[in-house]
Design a protein around this ligand. Structure first.
Ligand SMILES: [Zn+2]
Length: 258
């Protein structure tokens, strides 16, 4: 069952104020558009985009029956919980581009060097040289399909090893708390957050193809924007979803590609 919503200014004032864009086309969602809300990440999609995604996002098919409405910030003294997955300043999937460049250069050089080595040192050595280049290129591919600097990574390791920031909401103090590895906590008051932008996408690497990653950008008044990255797994998407829905609705939350 897909729940669709046709945006009318009388009933969707609040939604229109959120200035949402469709994550696929990047187009602004305006009055008259029919949208679908992903139940997991609360992103709004044009119905056409939802169909284009084979009616699924965040590895699930559920859509929200109702557009989340404005709510007042509940200043309840709840214990603060940090998200179960850690963030980092750098994305964790980035393959080594340096190795790739060397691989490409070797591929270009190989046919030129092959006859030179063959004539100078013998054809057996030239063949060995050629095979070692193929081996090297294969190794680069294999190496780049793994997250950086992790030997036999388990899911937990991917989340924690290079993640040194934990993010949580402190409802009592009214802000987002960022905790560094050394347990230093930084409170960013909701009122100082100019904009919170997030985007959930699939990892571009092969063996992480079914995993999601989250890019989060916080614009804080008087500061430069800070970007954070995290790997989000199937099991943790709900936590991210809760995180977003706990944020006060007067906070400018944008869900779109960067
Ligand atoms: Zn989603």
């Amino acid at each position: 069952m897909i729940y669709t919503h046709t945006i009318r200014s009388e009933t969707y004032q609040d939604f229109l104020k959120q200035d949402r864009t469709d994550p696929i086309t990047g187009e602004k969602i305006e009055e008259g558009h029919t949208v679908v809300i992903c139940a997991a990440c609360k992103s709004a999609f044009f119905i056409e985009s939802w169909e284009y995604l084979n009616e699924s996002h965040c590895e699930q098919f559920e859509t929200l029956e109702e557009i989340p409405i404005s709510k007042n910030l509940v200043l309840e003294a709840k214990p603060m919980e940090f998200l179960n997955f850690g963030f980092a300043y750098q994305p964790m999937y980035v393959p080594s581009s340096g190795l790739k460049v060397i691989g490409v250069l070797m591929m270009i050089a190989a046919p030129i060097l092959f006859p030179i080595i063959g004539v100078s040192f013998g054809w057996a050595i030239a063949i060995m040289f050629f095979l070692s280049i193929i081996g090297f290129i294969g190794w680069v591919e294999w190496h780049n399909s793994k997250p950086l600097k992790l030997k036999n990574p388990t899911i937990k390791q991917i989340e924690n090893t290079k993640s040194y920031l934990n993010i949580g909401i402190n409802l009592k103090k009214g802000g987002i708390v960022i905790k560094e590895k050394n347990n230093v906590e930084r409170l960013i008051l909701f009122e100082n957050i100019h904009e919170l932008k997030y985007f959930i996408n699939y990892h571009p690497t092969q063996d992480l193809s079914s995993r999601l990653f989250c890019q989060l950008k916080l614009r804080i008044d008087g500061y430069e924007a800070v970007s954070y990255y995290a790997t989000i797994h199937r099991e943790t998407i709900l936590e991210w979803s809760n995180f977003i829905s706990q944020l006060p609705y007067n906070l400018r939350i944008i869900n779109k590609d960067f």
